[in-house]
Ligand binder design. Structure first.
Ligand code: F6R
Length: 246
């Protein structure tokens, strides 16, 4: 694991955006796996700044990790809406090159198969950006008895619903199912970059990267990824003993 500590969220976002910019400069048609949620907002702001300073997204291709089942792309809480509002609308990316699971497709098998096919056709993911849930989820791969493989539809756990309720008017408005890329797709990405900030992420980070590799903590599988970088602030790293982690 490559650990890049930061003093705070702003610095972590800046370092993560620089990491992504280096990827795009090195391979202009990179396939970026993108995440939503609170953690990457600062990264996307910095990437918009980088675009304004000359970074070219015209060849970049993206695949998002997940989408709520039942929300259309124009729903303000959908991940499609989030991506357009926070990033796509502000940069010169071609909308033909951005991909997000279709939350309105109720044909689960068809939607999952077509997303898997798409990732294959793109040649896999060059750089996958991740946040981490309080229960160790990555994408919406919730704690389980086995590691998932391809795209699938999940029942969100109560902790995840509660954590995401902050974006909805009422907790009961939070969708209970989501499409998500599987752990295998994430592990097959050539590089994986995780951002984690704040003391509320400290315990799960420690569990994921010092504890056993287990599907009960899905992020723990990243201990085995050959090119994994964690960018985290001091609060999130408070239980890390930097002398023993490598
Ligand atoms: C979002 C996603 C989730 C989030 C995780 C952390 O696309 O895949 O795994 O990364 O729930 O969310 P935040 O960043 O809001 O703490």
């Amino acid at each position: 694991m490559n650990l890049i500590p930061a003093t705070n969220y702003d610095e972590a976002s800046k370092k993560a955006a620089e990491f992504i910019a280096v990827q795009i400069k090195g391979k202009s048609d990179s396939v970026l796996g993108l995440a939503t949620g609170g953690s990457p907002v600062g990264i996307y702001e910095r990437l918009v700044d980088a675009y304004r300073a000359g970074l070219d997204f015209s060849q970049v291709r993206t695949v998002n990790l997940d989408e709520y089942v039942g929300l259309a792309s124009d729903h303000p809480q959908s991940y499609a809406y989030y991506m357009h509002t926070n990033l796509f609308r502000h940069i010169n990316i071609s909308l033909d090159n951005v991909h997000i699971p279709d939350g309105t497709d109720r044909n689960i098998q068809q939607q999952c198969a077509s997303y898997d096919r798409l990732i294959g056709e793109l040649g896999g993911i060059d750089l996958q950006l991740l946040g981490i849930g309080h229960n160790g989820h990555i994408g919406f791969n919730e704690p389980s008895t086995e590691f998932t493989k391809g795209t699938h539809c999940v029942d969100l756990t109560q902790t995840t619903i509660e954590a995401n309720a902050r974006y909805f008017e009422r907790e009961t408005d939070v969708p209970v199912k989501a499409y998500t890329m599987g752990i295998l797709h994430i592990m097959q990405a050539k590089k994986v970059l995780m951002i984690a900030c704040g003391s509320d992420k400290a315990r799960i980070l420690h569990r994921a990267f010092y504890g056993p590799v287990t599907p009960e903590v899905p992020a723990s599988i990243l201990q085995f990824h050959p090119n994994f970088t964690l960018i985290a602030d001091n609060q999130a790293l408070q239980y890390f003993n930097k002398n023993t982690l490598n």
